[in-house]
Write a protein of this length. Structure first.
Length: 266
């Protein structure tokens, strides 16, 4: 079951805030008036438990909501579609204001701050089920003609050069990708590693990216459900730009990837 965490935060903030405000406007004055008439002033002034909890949690929940909605949000990588850039069990941070400020829950952009650039690693809401978050690399901008054929990506008729690096040797949850070709792709000036299996099948073809959309692909080219399958992603589905790995834990080998902590995402 996918929990709409932004909605939960908004509702929790609203409920605790209303309780606190209602008590400040109505409850507290009544308690003070009652305390003036009562012999046990301390008991008369005592706040209801629900008010105590609301006053304690409201500031915390509000700060979390503001940070998560407008600044930085953490995500966990659940699959190997972005290997070797991101591994299963990586915990990443996503910049929420890179592509503009959006209202939580409504996802309405209220402030333009920037647009995705080719090569950005982006978290977005899966077009076929917006409750699910995906992470891929932007390879196509609005108006681009994207062609993928013979394991090679072409943009507007220009092939993106791939430099062979060697054979990939995966560990832990990524061991299934061992044996794939490790290549360094030059994505119009943005260099990043990809995994390719030359003898495997896969979707090929050509498409023009519509206005207000972006073509996304995983770095693990033959093990990624991306825009080749579900089409270009609408701008309104963008969540933010991934920029750092803050923790890495591979449950398959039960170890912390200390060398990955603090690594920038390119």
């Amino acid at each position: 079951m996918n929990i709409d965490f932004p909605l939960v935060l908004v509702m929790a903030t609203l409920i605790t805030g209303v309780i606190w405000a209602a008590d400040a406007w109505f409850g507290a004055p009544r308690r003070r008036a009652a305390a003036e008439r009562a012999s046990d002033r301390e008991t008369a002034l005592k706040e209801p438990v629900v008010v105590e909890y609301a006053k304690a949690f409201f500031p915390v929940i509000l700060i979390v909501l503001l940070l998560r909605s407008f600044l930085v949000e953490p995500f966990r990588i659940p699959s190997g579609s972005m290997m070797p850039t991101l591994l299963v069990g990586d915990f990443i941070l996503v910049n929420k204001f890179s592509y503009g400020i959006r209202l939580p829950v409504l996802n309405t952009k209220v402030l333009e701050l920037g647009e995705p650039q080719r090569g950005d690693v982006v978290v977005f809401r899966y077009p076929e089920d917006p409750a699910i978050d995906y992470i891929k690399r932007v390879v196509g901008l609005p108006g681009d003609r994207i062609t993928y054929q013979n394991k090679t990506l072409s943009i507007n008729g220009k092939s993106m050069y791939q430099d062979p690096v060697g054979t990939y040797m995966g560990t832990g949850a990524g061991v299934s990708s061992s044996g794939a070709d490790l290549r360094l792709e030059d994505l119009d000036g943005v260099s990043h590693q990809i995994l390719v299996r030359p003898n495997s099948g896969g979707i090929e073809g050509s498409v023009v990216v519509p206005p207000g959309h972006y073509f996304m692909m995983g770095d693990n080219r033959d093990n990624s459900k991306d825009s080749r399958y579900f089409g270009p992603v609408p701008e309104g589905n963008l969540v933010g730009k991934a920029f750092m790995i803050w923790m890495s834990w591979d449950s398959a080998d039960g170890g912390v990837g200390w060398n990955r902590i603090g690594e920038r995402i390119h």
